[in-house]
Design a protein around this ligand. Structure first.
Ligand code: 9PG
Length: 545
């Protein structure tokens, strides 16, 4: 493979570059699988071009964030729908560098194609991403406006050559795991979550109803954890004061634990609504612009600000909040809208937004101790080593698909597609959360085949299995699908079809070493028939091969 490193043809050995006040030193190692680039940088590097190569005709394009898409793309791929999302929600949802996304395809962290992969192994300070310039792929490290007095490690880059894209991604993921010294939590959760039936209308009687239903039939509902999602809190930011009608947080956790489940709770710890007590009392804790709190995103009909995680008082507050949740009895912490902490803006200390994010996450990680931390709405590579589980797709929903856009609102199709395409992150970066299974057969717009497809795929992938139904709506068939999904877990899974080898949105999954032995599953997410291993697979359905 021919490519350039730092503007020169790649070759093994040492190299040094000096410009303005920047000193960059790197070592390029060759090994049988490819190349590894490590080094240091000092000064004010801004944006560094690290990698440049001829663009392949199609490649896997990955968005930086949990909810962002991963998909096959070409150099001509454009995302016109992003403009509306930037206007209605946030410029920072799908990139910390919003302008880049408007220009053409951006692949965050890595790019993979048939026969090659270029990928950064960490995002500790810089934001690593790839763009397409004419007929070339370009890999960048963006250090924003940070300045480093003494040399800091560059984010390492691996260039892998040869083999199918699924193998290249697995190889990349193993290198990320090693670089991040990742320890995978031995507990792969099975649980319940309130969001995808009750959404923000969750009341305390709803929690009790489902707790009692789950406790009454443990065979049908073999949950370890019972997680209350968004809806219990008075305001985004005011986590410790539940709404009227709810007990205090200790009472909430006790009700769950008394029925034999681990207690789980949702927060958006780096977010503060304009209407929250948190914001009213501490406007100076927010990431700012021109000295004033800088809006980060729109949500819940409100403007949401982002906490400045370099501020010592914010760090104390985060620490107290998560120690408080733990003391209240919660041992499963879903932390959401995490991208907020990585919004560019003015902070107490001049670090990159990625450093700020990781500093905030480290406070939470430490305060959470050994309890299970599930990231969501999170920059992916910067979170490696700091979470136990991670949502790796857009929200699911009680319907299959709305518009054919990768940046659309919640739907089961895109949630499952991301889970399939990001399987290489499972048990390397963390445990993958493919988002919840919706298995009820009433008050739902998913067909039996669609529900089965999601459940079997999540099981074969060995992913986290969280059901989100009003349990009284779950018939024997729903409980059976849940049991099937759980019984399929435990293997090492591989996914083929990432570049459309079986036609668009069709995949072949293979799992070995799980409780069910060797399982092959054809997953057809498309609206047409697909042929996999000589078998015809109907639209929106799965087939055990
Ligand atoms: C609770 C939900 C659930 C869900 C999370 C997250 O871009 N958006 O406006 C947007 C809003 C909500 C959302 C994702 C994106 O969902 O993924 O599981 O916890 O928050 O509010």
């Amino acid at each position: 493979m021919k490519f350039q490193l730092f503007g020169q043809p790649a070759r093994a050995g040492r190299l040094a570059r000096h410009w303005e006040n920047v000193r960059l030193e790197a070592v390029v190692e060759r090994n049988p699988r490819g190349w590894l680039v490590k080094g240091t940088v000092a000064g004010r590097p801004g944006r560094i071009e690290v990698f440049r190569a001829p663009a392949p005709p199609s490649f896997v394009l990955n968005n930086w964030q949990s909810w962002g898409p991963i998909q096959a793309a070409t150099p001509a791929t454009r995302f016109p729908e992003l403009e509306a999302i930037v206007r209605d929600y946030s410029p920072y949802l799908f990139s910390p560098l919003p302008d880049e996304l408007q220009r053409g395809p951006v692949g965050d962290y890595f790019l993979a194609w048939d026969g090659g992969l270029a990928g950064f192994l960490a995002s500790r300070r810089a934001h690593p991403f790839f763009t397409v310039e004419g007929n070339e792929l370009v890999g960048w490290l963006d250090y924003f406006d940070a300045e480093f007095e003494s040399p800091v490690a560059l984010e390492p880059l691996a260039v892998l050559a040869g083999g199918p894209v699924a193998d290249l991604l697995d190889g990349y993921a193993r290198l990320v795991k090693r670089a991040g010294r990742v320890r995978i939590n031995p507990w792969n959760p099975a649980g319940w979550c309130s969001w995808y039936h009750y959404f923000g209308r969750l009341g305390w009687p709803d929690v009790l109803e489902n707790l009692d239903a789950a406790a009454a039939d443990r065979r049908a509902f073999p949950f370890d954890v019972f997680q209350v999602d968004d809806g219990y809190e008075t305001e985004i930011g005011d986590w410790m004061s539940p709404k009227p009608g709810y007990p205090d947080l200790g009472g909430l956790a006790r009700a769950i634990k008394a029925r034999g489940f681990r207690a789980g709770i949702w927060t958006a710890p780096f977010s503060a609504a304009e209407t929250s007590r948190l914001f009213a009392e501490h406007p100076g804790w927010m990431v700012a612009d021109g000295g004033r709190p800088k809006p980060c995103y729109r949500g819940w009909g409100r403007t949401i600000y982002a906490l400045d995680t370099t501020h010592p008082e914010v760090r104390e507050w985060l620490d107290a909040t998560f120690r408080g949740l733990r003391r209240a009895g919660f041992s499963y912490l879903k932390i959401d809208f995490l991208f907020a902490a990585a919004m560019p803006g003015e902070r107490r200390r001049r670090v990159t937004p990625i450093q700020a994010y990781r500093e905030g996450m480290r406070v939470i990680r430490r305060a959470a101790c050994r309890e299970f931390v599930l990231g969501c709405g999170a920059p992916l590579l910067p979170s490696v080593g700091l979470v136990d589980g991670m949502r790796i797709g857009e929200d699911t929903a009680p319907h299959w698909k709305t518009k054919p856009s990768p940046f659309q609102g919640p739907n089961a199709f895109f949630a499952l597609k991301n889970a399939l395409m990001r399987q290489f992150m499972h048990r390397t970066f963390w445990l993958n959360d493919p988002d919840c299974l919706l298995l009820r057969d009433r008050e739902i717009d998913l067909s039996r085949n669609e529900r089965e497809l999601y459940a079997l795929a999540a099981g074969v992938l060995d992913n986290m299995i969280i059901d989100s139904d009003r349990l009284s709506l779950l018939g024997p068939d729903g409980a059976w699908l849940l049991g099937r999904a759980l019984a399929l877990r435990g293997g090492r899974a591989r996914v083929e079809g990432l570049l459309g080898e079986f036609g668009e949105d069709a995949y072949r999954l293979e799992s070995r070493g799980g409780r069910a032995g060797h399982v092959s599953l054809a997953a057809n997410l498309s609206d047409g028939d697909r042929t996999i291993d000589g078998r015809t697979v109907a639209p929106r359905s799965a087939l055990i091969l």
